[in-house]
Design a protein around this ligand. Structure first.
Ligand code: ME8
Length: 526
């Protein structure tokens, strides 16, 4: 491992304003897969997730529940941690923005920006969406409501949430001052925003029309980090939240060694919050003389029945019942396989069942079952490399190399569904190899024994390589495959996944199916 091979990945910190649904698990699993992948590639990796606990939305939620914010938040945080445990998320740190170290660091940051005149005191009058915790100008609203005289009385933000009129003393950050710098930064760092199309949207919709100064404090509620030099103001929840990515690493605390080691990192976010991460966030950092994130990746939305999941549309899907009924690995697999990362896509019950039946039970499960059964039947469970090639071995090797190269290239670009389909191309090719070589025919003659063992060896080796590449996605499944192949090793490095390993233990005597087939009609109705 070389000194500077480090990788820092973050999820957005979610609002614990309700139970987290499939959407938040999507980002979190994607980051988990990346972190596991990078670890297996020899990177020293840090994976951060957590909760965004301040702001008016949380204050209101607590009030509705008849609780103080802290009473409301603590059990919510426990529930979220339980969800991540259920989904086998291996994060290195879980930040809550109510953690003392974060609050202190954000106060220091605010005072610094104030002292250097990037922040000034003014008055805000405009529209605010509590659900989005976001300010809007009239022209940015999706819809406006008017009274009989034509006066605007309210409106709807692009997210579909209602806005309210806010008029209060507020501190402002001089965004406009940094617009040119930001455009140049985009220009000189072409991979800063991914996917590419989202960059143009940021430039054309938000920066080119003119960056307005941003209100960065509120006075009409109290649930936030108070400004040290003027505590009747609380710091705007987005300024507070964005800095979690560096305070979690110890920025502005006594020990900032993690910050020194891991920043800048990759911020993975949904496209809904790209504006905050690719405009305000790099500008804040630059104003403080810090580096912007290495990359901000804005992925698309999981929709249900063609609409973004929302309680008011009654189309919210939660992970727990799916994991309970079908197991964890199908969930982790489906969520990254079913739609290209970066695009929007639909979650449907039938595609969920089909993926389990076709991809997992048929393609992968059968390959393993057949392989282990044949090694048992024809060679008493022993995997032997005899080197007596068949005419199909060369093509099998070509497909394997192509699949591996494609997998790594896709993982580097966060194209999870492509990486998985590359692995599946090898699974399909290996299944086809069984049909081509027909081991049951080779088994009929003693002369073909060495060739038969060569075939079985190829099957075992391909399965080991397939299981290794699946480790970041489906850790338990990989371990089961290794186990059935007689390998006690917990994990295989992805750096040197060479074909040709020597097996010293026999395969298991009777391999259980790793993914039982489901009755589609019964399950879809369920
Ligand atoms: O915005 N499909 O928190 P949040 C895919 N606290 N991803 C989805 C999704 C869907 N249908 N629904 C939600 C916040 N997400 C702020 C973030 S960061 C400094 C502060 C995911 O709880 C997606 O990653 O509203 C989105 O960006 C995030 O959840 C929003 O979470």
């Amino acid at each position: 491992m070389t000194e500077n091979k480090t990788f820092y990945i973050t999820t957005p910190i979610y609002y614990p304003s309700g139970k987290l649904h499939l959407g938040s698990t999507y980002t979190t699993i994607a980051c988990d897969v990346l972190a596991r992948y990078k670890r297996l590639m020899g990177y020293e990796t840090f994976y951060l997730t957590g909760l965004d606990e301040h702001g008016q939305k949380i204050e209101n939620k607590a009030k509705e529940a008849g609780l103080t914010p802290k009473q409301y938040l603590d059990p919510m945080a426990e529930d979220v941690k339980k969800l991540w445990e259920l989904l086998d998320i291996k994060y290195d740190k879980f930040i809550r923005t109510t953690d003392g170290y974060h609050e202190e660091a954000v106060q220091k940051i605010f005072e610094k920006l104030l002292a250097q005149d990037d922040i000034y005191l003014g008055k805000y009058a405009g529209w605010y969406s509590v659900s989005d915790e976001e300010f809007f100008t009239e022209s940015q609203l999706e819809e406006v409501y008017r009274d009989a005289d034509g006066k605007i009385t309210g409106g709807v933000a692009p997210s579909g949430h209602e806005v309210e009129w806010v008029e209060e003393e507020s501190y402002f950050f001089r965004m406009g001052k940094y617009a040119d710098w930001l455009l140049e930064y985009y220009e000189s760092h072409p991979n800063f925003i991914e996917p590419e199309i989202r960059k143009n949207e940021m430039i054309n919709t938000f920066i080119k029309p003119g960056l307005e100064d941003l209100a960065v404090s509120r006075t009409t509620f109290t649930w936030g980090i108070p400004i040290k030099s003027n505590p009747k103001h609380v710091i705007y929840v987005w300024l507070d939240a964005l800095f979690n990515y560096v305070t979690a690493l110890g920025y502005q605390s006594e020990d900032d060694s993690l910050y020194q080691k891991f920043w800048p990192g990759v911020n993975m976010v949904g496209k809904d919050i790209l504006r905050f991460h690719t405009i305000y966030w790099p500008i804040f950092l630059h104003a403080l003389g810090m580096e912007p994130p290495q990359q901000v990746f804005g992925h698309g939305w999981y929709q249900v029945n063609g609409r973004k999941m929302s309680k008011s549309f009654g189309n919210v899907i939660y992970a727990e019942p799916l994991v309970e009924r079908y197991g964890l690995d199908p969930y982790r697999y489906y969520i990254l396989r079913a739609m290209p990362f970066g695009n929007d896509g639909n979650f449907t019950a039938d595609s969920y069942i089909d993926r389990i039946n076709f991809d997992l039970a048929n393609d992968l499960g059968n390959l393993l079952n057949r392989t282990v059964a044949m090694i048992n039947k024809y060679n008493a469970g022993v995997i032997e490399n005899t080197g007596v090639a068949t005419e199909f071995d060369a093509d099998l090797a070509t497909v394997r190399e192509k699949a591996l190269a494609g997998y790594h290239a896709a993982m580097d670009k966060f194209e999870f569904s492509v990486a998985l389909s590359d692995i599946w191309s090898l699974i399909s090719r290996t299944n086809k190899y069984i049909d081509e070589t027909a081991p049951w025919l080779l088994a009929k003659s003693d002369e073909d024994k060495a060739k038969l063992n060569n075939v079985l060896y190829h099957l075992a080796e391909n399965l080991r390589i397939i299981a290794a590449t699946l480790q970041p996605f489906m850790h338990a499944t990989s371990t089961k495959i290794f186990g059935q192949l007689g390998l006690s090793q917990e994990s295989f490095s992805l750096e040197d996944l060479e074909f040709g390993m020597t097996y010293t233990s026999p395969v298991v005597a009777k391999g259980e199916p790793i993914f039982p087939r489901l009755d589609r009609d019964e399950e879809v109705a369920y």
